[in-house]
Design a protein around this ligand. Structure first.
Ligand SMILES: O=C[C@H](O)[C@H](O)[C@H](O)COP(=O)(O)O
Length: 231
């Protein structure tokens, strides 16, 4: 069995084949995206010219350490390609993301890109989204009211389950944009589009981890090699 780090590097190397000289590149967050940054950095050292726009402070720091040039989305607001990981992928290229807490910036960067390429190890592929708790980014103001409103909205779709405030040690986890995250264990999400709409109708919800209709390509690395899914 191939270990997880090797699978992530395989996926990162496969993603590199989609990167062309001169590209404006959205760069994701998480261990798989970091594997990609490491192979990208080698290519940059060999002379490839790209400009990266990162999706988290964590990825920004890694790019700086490895010499991958970056700008911000303010200076480079339109991107050619974004490469990022995912927590779950279904057969329709719908995703759950946000396990690392970067969902808001990840969604903004992916939406600003001509193409969105997702890389993951094959264990992330699921029949139905929802085994991975759905990250929901909320404003700190009125968080209990927002929590109750999300519960009600989900119950209206027949979805119930624990919603846990994400923590970092003894403190609530705070996102790069200063928000909180609820991890919602709704179980199987039969209608992700309906859930997305219902969540966005709750005023305190800033973003959620359902990435629907966004991914153009998904590359999955498994023991048997690479599998590519196209939208
Ligand atoms: O917020 C984090 C991101 O959405 C990650 O891309 C996602 O959690 C997958 O991370 P990893 O590649 O570490 O499994």
């Amino acid at each position: 069995m191939t270990d997880s780090a090797t699978l992530k590097t395989m996926a990162g190397e496969a993603a590199l084949a989609h990167v062309e000289d001169g590209m404006r590149l959205g760069i994701g967050t998480g261990s798989t995206a970091e594997a990609f940054v490491r192979v990208l950095a080698e290519r940059v050292r060999d002379g490839m010219k790209i400009v990266g726009v990162t999706t988290s402070n964590r990825t920004e720091t890694l790019c700086a350490e490895l010499g991958v040039p970056t700008e911000t989305l303010e200076t480079v607001p339109e991107l050619d390609l974004t490469i990022d990981g995912a927590d779950e992928v279904d057969g329709s290229l719908r995703l759950i993301k946000g396990g690392g807490g970067a969902l808001l910036r990840e969604k903004i960067v992916a939406a600003a890109s001509e193409r969105f390429l997702v890389i993951a190890d094959a264990s992330k592929k699921v029949e139905t989204l929802g085994a991975f708790p759905l990250p929901i980014e909320i404003n700190g103001f009125g968080m209990i009211a927002t929590y109750l409103a999300i519960r009600k909205a989900a119950a209206g779709l027949g979805l119930e389950g624990d919603m846990i405030l994400r923590r970092s040690g003894d403190e609530p986890f705070i996102t790069d944009n200063g928000h909180l995250i609820l991890d919602a264990s709704f179980g199987r999400i039969g209608d992700p589009e309906a859930l997305s709409q219902a969540l966005f109708a709750v005023p305190g919800v800033v973003e959620h981890g359902l990435f629907l209709g966004m991914a153009n390509t998904v590359i999955l690395a498994g023991d048997d090699g690479l599998e590519t899914l196209e939208a």
